[in-house]
Design a protein around this ligand. Sequence first.
Ligand SMILES: C[S@@+](CC[C@H](N)C(=O)[O-])C[C@H]1O[C@@H](n2cnc3c(N)ncnc32)[C@H](O)[C@@H]1O
Length: 334
Amino acid sequence: MADPDPLSPLRSARKVLAAVEAAEGIGLLEAVAGGPVPAGQLADSFDLRPEPLHALLRVLRWHGVLDDTGAAGWQLSEVYRELLTGPPGSNARALLRIERWAAQDHLNADGVTAALRGRRLPTEIPDAELPALADAMLTGARASAPHLARLPELRDRTSLADIAGGSGGYSLTLCRMFRGLTATVYDRAPMLENAARAVKEAELGDRVRLVAWDLHRDPLAGPEAGEASGPAHDAALLSHVLHLLDRRERVRLLTGAGRLLPGGGLLLVHDFLYEEPPAGSALAASAVDWLALGAAYHPDRRALAAELAEAGFTLRRTVPLPALGTTVAVATRD
Ligand SMILES: C[S@@+](CC[C@H](N)C(=O)[O-])C[C@H]1O[C@@H](n2cnc3c(N)ncnc32)[C@H](O)[C@@H]1O
């Protein structure tokens, strides 16, 4: 019989996630990823009390995370093994850690309440989380960039401004896919240290340039801002950046992006777009992330078109990317 209480699955999900996050944080999931380990051995290795450990292991089995093989012990279920240890490029583990950090830091009822009363969290990633997030971004970008590469508007572009481009994953992948393309990643210096490593590894130092820039302080400098030697771009990408900003900051950043582009220049906004997403969907839930940050980002197509217009762009079309749960808005500079 269906549960008549619509909050029940939500309360349950929070409890199960707490168990999974604890197991991940302690290192239990990793310990049983390679094959069965007896509970006693797990208790000894991680200095855990056997009774609550046994309860946790059973909870994780009930929820499909672990299998109990009997005498040989506990192991990750096949689904979770695939999710947490592969295929290469999977970032489920990093996402688990990031979500846990966010839930403790601000993504909770107090955080949402504080945001409603005007609290604005910094957009900058805290130093302690930076390496893990930079890694997760790189993995995510490698998986997402090929979807963007299918846009015909990107063909024949020669110079991409990857604004708040993080660890450079989009620039690197797109440069690899389009031989005629060079890219400039604009981001904070600490983030660019991670990008520099990725650029070096990809051996694309001659085509991917890194520019230290602070979105709250520094204008985006280009030839039109009076910098003759500045980078000239014919395309700009804002991937997963606008959702960190409130409306005023978004229009300001979009206006700055416009200064890097000539009339007719291409702007791609890769982000979440909220056309009445289904209740319970990851997309519908994601708006709470931006709410708790104090950004309250939740535009539908019309609202995004209005913000773009205010910043001197015309929205040409929106392309949903169902595999990613995101949308690319294709706009051109007026
Ligand atoms: C969610 S990440 C997106 C990164 C990349 N575009 C992607 O899609 O993978 C947001 C980016 O905004 C950058 N950022 C946050 N605050 C910033 C600031 N004050 N100045 C410059 N970049 C900033 C972060 O360093 C991070 O790289």
